[in-house]
Ligand binder design. Structure first.
Ligand SMILES: Cc1cc2nc3c(=O)[nH]c(=O)nc-3n(C[C@H](O)[C@H](O)[C@H](O)COP(=O)(O)OP(=O)(O)OC[C@H]3O[C@@H](n4cnc5c(N)ncnc54)[C@H](O)[C@@H]3O)c2cc1C
Length: 317
């Protein structure tokens, strides 16, 4: 047992500290090697304590939420992976609820619907946590989750906590300030309004049904791999929709495989793990999609998924 492992066990008990823990089962892609150390925290205070311990021992820290937007390298992640679990939701007043980073988006939707609070019901079926959704400013049918956030509580890598107004979060399409600063979300406050639970539930069900119709939910994936092209930044040839999935489809890449990974035949922006895929298989498909779309349409696809793990991923093709 390593020295830092002993320190973590001393602080958090043995049940939630793991060494050389495979991360694949903790991601929706179901690929990726081990974390040197994995800690499952139960509260914001524990996240801050873990950061402090890691800082004191010079151990790098990576946050893992629901693992639904990450590609973990086959070599795994060096240092400490913090995986916030559980978390609480509070109704601050009739217009605001506060949810810890660890709360799942589906848990938050269920809670608000049950309490007759509207605003989040359309997000039913979005995998992942409040932390991951805020980091990437999750989007669904044109709405960004950041549009519902009214404020956040963050901690820096050095352990300094601060309240940040939403205007300073620099939310944009697939973007938030957290991507630039490395700050960690401890909780976020969302705008809600009084609603009828039955009506909210039926909106949530409609969102779930839409997802089932349009996304390949029967196989492991990380949702959309690439960001959509952006007006003002990209130029998409006439007649092709401004979507990464449409570009991949028109490039003839749907169904293309590499090892156990395949570009979904249902949705061109999804790569699915058909069983036994490696991160290298997925990386090879990502590179193939990017180079073909660039060659055929002159559009540079940018990744929406986050690659975790510092070891280089070797492409097979
Ligand atoms: C089937 C499927 C459908 C999907 N549909 C959608 C969709 O409609 N819209 C959409 O936007 N996305 C979608 N996604 C992608 C994914 O669900 C979202 O991006 C989600 O918000 C990621 O949250 P997570 O907790 O899983 O983050 P993770 O994948 O665990 O992490 C993503 C990034 O966030 C960082 N992070 C996590 N927690 C914190 C924290 N507390 N503080 C700071 N950084 C943190 C991680 O370090 C990592 O860099 C889909 C994915 C799947 C598998």
């Amino acid at each position: 047992m390593s020295e830092f492992g002993q320190v973590l066990r001393g602080a958090f008990g043995p049940a939630r500290v793991f060494e050389q823990r495979p991360l694949a089962p903790l991601t929706t892609f179901r690929v990726g090697g081990p974390a040197d150390y994995l800690l499952e925290t139960r509260s914001s205070d524990e996240i801050v304590d873990a950061l402090e311990l890691a800082g004191r021992h010079g151990v790098p820290v990576t946050l893992l939420g629901g693992g639904s937007n990450v590609l973990v390298s086959d070599a795994g992640v060096r240092g400490l992976v913090i995986r916030p679990r559980g978390g609480a939701i509070f109704e601050l007043d009739e217009q605001h609820v506060r949810a810890d980073a660890a709360v799942t988006i589906n848990g938050l939707v269920r809670w608000t619907v049950l309490h007759g609070l509207g605003g989040l019901e359309r997000w039913a079926g979005t995998p992942g946590t409040v932390g991951g959704a805020t980091f990437g400013n999750a989007h669904f049918t044109g709405q960004l989750i950041g549009e519902l956030v009214t404020g956040v509580h963050l901690v820096t890598r050095q352990g300094h906590e601060c309240d940040v107004p939403v205007a300073d979060m620099h939310f944009g399409y697939d973007r938030s300030r957290l991507q630039d600063t490395g700050e960690i979300l401890l909780w976020a406050t969302f705008r809600v309004e009084r609603g009828d639970s039955d009506a909210l539930r039926s909106t949530a069900r409609a969102s779930l049904a839409y997802r089932k119709r349009t996304q390949p939910l029967d196989l492991p994936s990380a949702g959309c791999v690439f960001r959509n092209p952006e007006p003002g930044r990209d130029v998409v040839p006439d007649g092709i929709p401004w979507s990464a999935g449409a570009l991949i489809d028109r490039a003839g890449l749907k169904g293309t495989a590499s090892g156990g990974a395949r570009v979904s035949t249902v949705h061109g922006n999804f790569i699915v793990n058909e069983g036994g895929a490696t991160a290298a298989d997925i990386r090879a498909l990502i590179d193939r999609c990017r180079s073909e779309v660039r060659r055929q349409f002159g559009v540079e696809l940018r990744e929406e998924i986050v690659c975790l793990g510092d070891a280089p991923v070797i492409s097979r093709s």
